[in-house]
Design a protein around this ligand. Structure first.
Ligand code: AMP
Ligand code: ZN
Length: 437
């Protein structure tokens, strides 16, 4: 394969040099953070008064974790480290309830972010000849503008399509000869259902690559999108607290997501003990941003569960890779005492070709016990009036799930395209159990 690098010097930097660069940037970020009341107090409590107190990356462990609640408490300006007149933009997290977490950017911060995004996009083989249709929400959510800027930086023709409205999306793909798409994985699956319904021929489209991220999805879902839409799908990971997309991305080897270690220090900890996990073990990702001056955030608990691949990647990049995020340390469901990750359920049902593109996990109380119902659409080719076939499919799904999650769920089959679809992140779990039991 012919790999291309946006910034070869940094992307292929020997690890020893990369670590020196990280320390240098960490010290700078510590100085920046000391301009905020929050970190000034928190670092002082831990014996850090200036960046000179940080002698190695290991010293980072002297700093307590920062949580989403800390950021909320600091709302609106508590984490701002530069004069307000030097701020050019803000974004906030996609959470719909409570106080938002807000992140501010200086002009240089925006430039840096665009550069990291360009690095990600270029690593997948895109170039200035591409036409990029960004089918994700613009606005406060970072996915829209983040990819937009990165695409422009690469020199692609960027169409700020925004999310939703599949008919309009197909029209734009045909009118402008779109070659690259970005959306959530669930929107890609929805798009395929709608493509069939609308009678849009795949041959009328020029799409080659697709970036899918913003929510967890399985390898089976990736393969499904690749087969159904005949595109090359790359996983994109990020979170608004760390700028948004551009934190970690798959290269053309598609075996883990390179985390850009000159921009982020990544640790993986056991979410219960908060101690580092052993090499290769799964735990919660903790990130320190090294490429932002307006809103420094040190040791942020992302709640995302992953592990490191430390062995070198075939593409020649030296930055470590993260395994596909399997869930969050806070989305685990406990059903009649059994721990279940929604991603486990997804893996089972998306691996079945009779199953359609949308599903919903419902957890409710049935007397004293919990009841799990998996509602899933069937493939557009399945006849909804063939009850024998449907019953057999229901049984197959519930048996396979039982093996995977040790729970026997109720399975409900729905017609293709009939379950609700949200324009932003998919809502996959409805847990209606009373919270105080
Ligand atoms: P937001 O701050 O609204 O952008 O949400 C960020 C969160 O979305 C992350 O902390 C992850 O839980 C989730 N997320 C983003 N990208 C991915 C991805 N590629 N795979 C799994 N989860 C993701
Ligand atoms: Zn690679």
């Amino acid at each position: 394969m012919n790999f291309q690098y946006w910034n070869p010097q940094i992307e292929k930097m020997p690890r020893r040099e990369l670590e020196v660069l990280q320390l240098q940037k960490l010290k700078k970020e510590i100085d920046i953070s000391l301009r905020t009341a929050f970190y000034k107090k928190r670092l002082a409590e831990n014996g850090i008064k200036t960046s000179d107190d940080i002698k190695s990356i290991d010293d980072l462990k002297r700093i307590p974790f920062t949580t989403k609640d800390d950021l909320r408490e600091g709302f609106p300006y508590g984490f701002l480290a530069i004069p307000k007149e030097d701020v050019v933009r803000l974004h906030s997290s996609s959470g719909t309830t409570g106080v938002p977490t807000v992140i501010y950017f200086s002009r240089d911060d925006i430039k840096n972010w665009a550069d990291y995004m360009a690095r990600c996009i270029y690593a997948t083989g895109c170039n200035k000849n591409d036409v990029f249709q960004n089918m994700i929400t613009y606005g406060l959510f970072t996915g829209g503008l983040g990819f937009h800027q990165g695409g422009e930086e690469v020199g692609m023709l960027v169409i700020p399509a925004g999310a939703g409205n599949t008919a309009r999306q197909f029209k734009m793909m045909q009118d402008y000869g779109t070659t690259v798409l970005h959306a959530t994985p669930s929107f890609f699956l929805h798009l395929e259902t709608k493509m069939k319904e609308a009678g849009v021929a795949r041959e009328s489209l020029s799409i080659k690559r697709a970036f899918a991220g913003a929510e967890p999805y399985s390898e089976d879902t990736r393969k499904r999108i690749e087969v159904l839409l005949k595109v090359d799908v790359y996983n994109s990971y990020g979170l608004s607290e760390m700028n948004g997309p551009g934190v970690a991305f798959e290269c053309q080897c598609k075996d883990g997501l390179h985390i850009w270690e000159d921009g982020y220090i990544a640790e993986i900890v056991n979410p219960d003990t908060l101690e580092p996990v052993k090499e290769g073990e799964t735990g919660e990702l903790v990130l320190t941003i090294l490429c932002r001056e307006a809103t420094p955030i040190l040791r942020y608990r992302t709640r995302d569960l992953t592990s490191f691949y430390s062995e070198p990647c075939g593409c020649g990049r030296t930055h470590r890779r993260l395994k596909r995020i399997t869930g969050r340390s806070d989305d685990m469901l406990i059903i009649n005492g059994v721990n279940v990750f929604p991603s486990q359920i997804e893996e089972v049902i998306m691996g079945m070709k009779e199953v359609g593109n949308n599903y919903l996990i419902v957890v409710e109380k049935d007397g004293a016990l919990d009841r799990l119902t998996v509602k899933t659409e069937v493939n557009a080719d399945t006849f909804m009036d063939d009850s024998r076939l449907l019953n057999a499919l229901k049984e197959k799904i519930s048996e396979t799930l039982q093996v995977s999650i040790s729970i026997n769920p109720k399975v409900e089959l729905h017609e293709s395209g009939s379950l609700p679809i949200s324009e932003g992140k998919a809502v996959r779990v409805q847990d209606t159990r009373p919270k105080d039991l």
